[in-house]
Design a protein around this ligand. Structure first.
Ligand code: MF3
Ligand code: CO
Ligand code: CO
Length: 287
């Protein structure tokens, strides 16, 4: 997920016209434009959608493949090795590796870890743990981003309920995806469901546009008000990835600079899909 940042606005993939004769002005403009474009929503064309779909399917297949292997006694380092090797075997690149200095090929987040947990040979999965595995592949330059929760052996009914409700939050968010609806509709649906169960929605990280870059505009908040925010348009591709805490939504980052944990030590869960806005609704690309 993406650290929260500023507002986003819309653009087509076509370059904005610049008057080449107005030299100085044009240069200044295109310099500004280059940076501004990073926060503009890229509406994907058919070629791009086909590529992103393939990458998303690979991400899904990797998650499917590791699922039966995840059990008590496995280390998060082993999960990293599986994801890394499977990704390369399919001619793809694991997006997390070296992304802004992230040291591994997948994020593994256990119990009170909200997200960005770093795989380690020292962390063996134990009976009762809840684990998020977040896989992002780059295939032919296109990104596919998805994460799932895993119950390790016998898990408390409280933890199982958090995992179930968080999945429902993601699904209720996805159900809001269609042209004409707004991003606030997604956030609102998620927040209502989470808070209705006495849980809290993490604010510090949000879903994000994706496909051409790892993290694109817009930010997709997992809380908010209906009929507010960016309007959804066919060709938009973004993630919905609610992080839901059993306690307070405040976060703390560990000294490794990555691992985000709940400030109060409560359990946290997350599910993530990459979705495409279609003419009449949604295609869940990582399903
Ligand atoms: N996959 C995460 C997301 O859902 C991002 C992980 S960034 C990393 O956006 F550097 F920690 F890998
Ligand atoms: Co994401
Ligand atoms: Co992810």
């Amino acid at each position: 997920m993406q650290k929260r940042n500023g507002l986003s606005w819309l653009r087509n993939t076509k370059k904005n016209p610049v008057d080449e004769t107005a030299q100085t002005v044009a240069q200044t403009y295109s310099h500004r434009q280059k940076h501004a474009n990073k926060r503009e929503i890229i509406i994907k064309n058919e070629t791009q959608i086909a590529g992103i779909r393939k990458s998303c399917h690979l991400t899904r297949d990797i998650l499917d493949a590791i699922t039966p292997r995840i059990a008590p006694g496995i280390t998060t380092e082993q999960i990293n090795t599986w994801v890394h090797e499977m990704t390369l075997a399919h001619g793809a690149i694991p997006a997390p590796l070296n992304y802004r200095g992230f040291p591994k090929s997948v994020c593994t987040s256990i119990n009170e870890v909200i997200c960005h947990g770093i795989p380690s040979p020292d962390r063996m999965l134990r009976e009762g743990d809840i684990l998020n595995v977040d896989v992002t592949s780059i295939l032919d330059g296109y990104y596919g981003d998805s994460s799932r929760m895993f119950l390790i052996g016998d898990v408390s009914s409280e933890a199982r309920k958090l995992v179930r409700v968080t999945r429902e939050c993601m699904e209720l968010g996805i159900a809001q995806v269609k042209p004409g609806n707004r991003l606030g509709d997604i956030g609102h649906a998620i927040q209502q469901h989470a808070e209705g169960h006495g849980y809290s929605v993490v604010r510090a990280f949000v879903g994000h546009g994706t496909g051409i870059h790892f993290h694109e505009a817009p930010d997709v908040m997992h809380y908010g008000a209906p009929h507010t925010g960016v309007e959804m348009i066919p060709g938009m591709v973004f993630t919905i990835e609610p992080m839901i805490n059993a306690g307070d939504y405040q976060i703390r980052t560990l000294s490794d600079g990555w691992t985000a944990v709940t400030a109060d030590g409560s359990l946290s869960a997350q599910w993530e899909h990459t979705v495409l806005v279609t003419e009449d609704g949604v295609e869940v690309l990582t399903a």
